[in-house]
Structures are given as structure tokens and as C-alpha cells.
Design a protein around this ligand. Structure first.
Ligand code: NAP
Length: 398
């Protein structure tokens, strides 16, 4: 792929879709991605288009490209000011070539959805044109602790064109303005309900919201959107954007196996997929194996609900990291303990793998899977690109 002389393909991040999760900045080995209190931006001088960042983004915001004259590339400072991407620059005739089309076509290497997943609708409502949903239910899911609480917030989308599939996310715009006089950014929450709604036939969809009361260093800090949502009584109106997400979807193919690995509120998309399989006739669904980690049983969202599912629907493996008198266990430790089960699942070509939760957990899980598969002469690191291209590996970590 050769661009006409004097042009380059510039990588940009869509501020309207960006969930500000920092995944792209962490993934970029060239340190080309930076952010301020407004936006994430890509330094054109540093970006070598290795695409490490593409997999780290679940919203599609990262996968934007423009062919620009080399002298007119957008500097970081400009990108940080944007509220939306600028329109494509009109190019000279020589740049409107097949090479340009090829360059744009090859630019994004997004993770693939399962082949049998329905085609999702995306971005029907944007920050400029948000929809309004109404809170139908708001209840505690976990025992409150000094630093957090998780709540089940059900939104009613009645009257709004907002079709959702399991694994997609809803954007929420909290009201008011930040300290700099700007509207707060959209925060993304995975839907925790199946596509038919929290109750089949309703337009109600559950979100799993963790009220944040401390920052990562343990200092007192209130998460803007999580506290807003957790405090809303039924009947409150909420500005929503989306649907968001094109690849973290479940297969519709009967008999496919789902292997889920998650921590904390990372259970949200898994619950939607499990609810879907629960509602399908056994011949239409397939088995689910769930590895689920949290500090204590009281802090695991939906634990009782999962334990009450019909026998045989979900093979549940739990890891607790802070139960007094018991050794600390993370999900990757339990994966290692069940290594033959995990090996058999992954090497089956009808197994779809979903990893959701903390960024640090994802690293530990990759290491564990590499170790687990080695005795079977399988190389996890070589398997990953194949699984991604077949839509059989999905990761959403923040
Ligand atoms: P959490 O309850 O704070 O933690 C879950 C468990 O993970 C704890 O037992 C924790 O152990 C453990 N953990 C810590 N470091 C680990 C590591 N390196 N490897 C494995 N386990 C580790 O989790 P959370 O705050 O709910 O976080 C869940 C994540 O999912 C968040 O990043 C969230 O953004 C993301 N997520 C949320 C949604 C949603 O819709 N709400 C959707 C997708 C993803 P210790 O604390 O004892 O070390």
C-alpha cells in the first residue's frame, strides 16, 4: 500500500465514542497516545501503526483514520480540543487514488464478532443527540464496604430506538458541568440483560454499576457517573448514548460453548449472555463455564442468582481474594487448578472465550492460559490472533 507523495495516514480517536478507559494509552508500546481532562489524542510523530491499541478499545473510538497532507497532520494539542472528529480533508486529485482507498480499508483491524452473532446496531444516539431512558429499578447487589457498593440499575428504553445485544454497552451522560465548565464525558456500562430485555418483551435493560468512593490510591473520591446512577430513584430520566460495541457478542449457533473469565462488575456482559442461554430451549443454547473472582462472596454481584440457575446451565468456578482465614485466590489461580477442563474447552473449535474485568487480571489470565496449554503442545500466544480473527476471543478490560 503506497500513498501518493506528501500524504500520510493519520490515526485519530473519536472523542464522541471514547469511553476514556485508558486502555489504548496502556496498550501503545510507542507511547504515542496521551490524554488530558478532555480527550485522548495520538501523536502522529510517535505512532507507528502497530495496532496494539485497537484491541484495547471496546467502543470503536480508536479505529479512526484520515489521509492528510503530511504538513497538515493534526497535532496533539488540536485533537485534545475536539468535541467531534473533523470531516475528512478534501484531497488533491492525485490523492483520491485506489491507494488511498486501500490505506483506509486496511487501517482498522478490529476484533471480529462471532460469525453467527446478529449484526448489532451502533451509535443511534450520540452525545450531540442523546436519548432519554427512565430508571425502572435501583437496588443493591453487594454488601456496601468503605470504598464501594454495586447496584443493579434497570433502565426503561420504552419509546426509544435502542436495540441492544448481549455484550454491547450503553453510554450514560451525567448532568451538569465539570470543574472546567465542560459537560461530563459519556461513561459506558455493559448491558447485564439479554436482548429480549430484563423481563422478556419489555424494553428494560439492567446495568451493573459500582459506586466508586475512593481512587486507585485509596484517597476519598466520588466517581461522577457511578454515584449519579446509584443515587437515582425510579422514575428519573437519564441521558443515554449508543448502542456501543460491535464485536463482544455471543454466537447464536446452537451447541457452541462459552468460556467466561471475569472479576467484579466484569460479570455484567456475562450475565446478559447467561440470561439469553437460560431462556433458550436446550437444543438452541449450549454450555457455559464461568470463572468469576471477587474479594468475598458478599461482594460478588449476582452470586445468589448464578447459584440458583438450573443445574447444568453454568459450570461455576469462584475465586475469592479476601476471605478471612483463606488463602488469596485470583481467577487465574482457579483456571490453573482446573487446567484439564480449560484445555479441553479452549482446544474445542466451538468454544468462544470472554474475558472481562480489571486490566491487571487480563495479564494474569493470559499467563495462566499459556502455562495451562503448554503440556498439550498448544501455544496460547500463537492461538490468540487466530481466535481473534475467528471471533472466538473477546476481551473488555479497564
Ligand atoms: P473488584 O470487585 O474491585 O475486584 C475483583 C477482584 O479482582 C478482586 O478479588 C481483586 O482482588 C481481584 N484482582 C485484583 N488484581 C487482580 C489481578 N491482577 N488478577 C486477578 N484478579 C485481580 O472489581 P471491579 O472494581 O468490579 O472491577 C471490574 C472491572 O470490570 C472494572 O475495571 C470495570 O471497569 C470493568 N467492567 C465493568 C463493566 C460494567 O458494566 N460495570 C463492564 C465491563 C468491564 P484484590 O482486590 O483482593 O487484590
Amino acid at each position: 500500500m503506497t500513498l501518493p507523495a506528501g500524504y500520510l495516514r493519520q490515526h485519530l480517536i473519536d472523542p464522541e465514542l471514547c469511553g476514556r478507559c485508558n486502555g489504548c494509552e496502556e496498550a501503545c508500546t510507542r507511547k504515542a497516545i496521551t490524554h488530558d481532562y478532555r480527550n485522548y489524542a495520538v501523536d502522529v510523530e510517535r505512532c507507528d501503526q502497530r495496532m496494539d491499541c485497537i484491541r484495547a478499545c471496546s467502543t470503536g473510538a480508536i479505529d479512526n483514520w484520515r489521509i492528510v497532507p503530511a504538513a497538515g497532520a493534526y497535532p496533539v494539542e488540536k485533537q485534545l480540543e475536539w468535541v467531534e472528529l473533523p470531516p475528512p480533508i478534501p484531497l488533491a486529485a492525485e490523492a483520491e487514488s485506489q491507494a488511498v482507498q486501500d490505506a483506509l480499508g486496511q487501517a482498522g483491524r478490529r476484533p471480529h464478532p462471532p460469525k453467527s452473532a446478529p449484526r448489532p446496531e451502533i451509535n443511534l444516539h450520540t452525545p450531540k443527540n442523546p436519548g432519554t431512558a427512565v430508571v425502572a429499578e435501583n437496588r443493591a447487589l453487594t454488601d456496601p464496604t468503605d470504598d464501594s457498593e454495586v447496584r443493579h440499575v434497570v433502565l426503561d428504553f420504552d419509546g426509544l430506538n435502542f436495540p441492544l445485544l448481549e455484550g454491547q454497552s450503553v453510554g450514560v451522560i451525567p448532568p451538569g458541568y465539570d470543574a472546567h465548565g465542560h459537560r461530563p464525558h459519556v461513561r459506558l456500562y455493559s448491558v447485564a440483560s439479554a436482548r429480549e430485555g430484563e423481563l422478556p418483551g419489555t424494553r428494560r435493560v439492567a446495568l451493573t454499576v459500582k459506586r466508586v468512593l475512593q481512587d486507585h490510591a485509596g484517597r476519598s473520591a466520588r466517581g461522577i457517573c457511578s454515584n449519579y446512577l446509584c443515587d437515582l430513584p425510579p422514575g428519573s430520566r437519564v441521558s443515554v448514548t449508543g448502542p456501543v460495541g460491535e464485536s463482544f457478542l455471543m454466537p447464536d449457533d446452537p451447541g457452541t460453548t462459552l468460556l467466561m473469565i471475569c472479576t467484579g462488575t466484569g460479570i455484567a456482559p456475562m450475565r446478559g449472555m447467561i440470561q439469553r442461554r437460560h431462556r433458550l430451549a436446550p437444543s438452541q443454547g449450549g454450555p457455559v463455564t464461568l470463572f468469576y473472582g471477587g474479594r468475598t462472596p458478599g461482594e460478588l454481584p449476582y452470586l445468589h442468582e448464578l447459584q440458583a440457575l438450573p443445574h447444568g446451565l453454568v459450570d461455576l468456578h469462584l475465586a475469592y481474594s479476601r476471605v478471612a482465614g483463606s488463602p488469596r485466590q485470583y481467577v487465574q489461580d482457579v483456571l490453573r487448578e482446573r487446567s484439564s477442563l480449560v484445555t479441553n474447552l479452549i482446544l474445542r473449535d466451538r468454544c468462544y472465550i470472554y474475558i472481562c474485568g480489571l486490566t491487571a487480571m487480563e495479564r494474569g489470565v493470559h499467563e495462566a492460559l499459556a502455562d495451562i496449554l503448554r503440556p498439550a503442545d498448544a501455544d496460547w500466544n500463537q492461538l490468540v490472533p487466530q481466535l481473534l480473527s475467528e471471533g472466538r476471543l473477546h476481551m473488555e478490560v479497564y
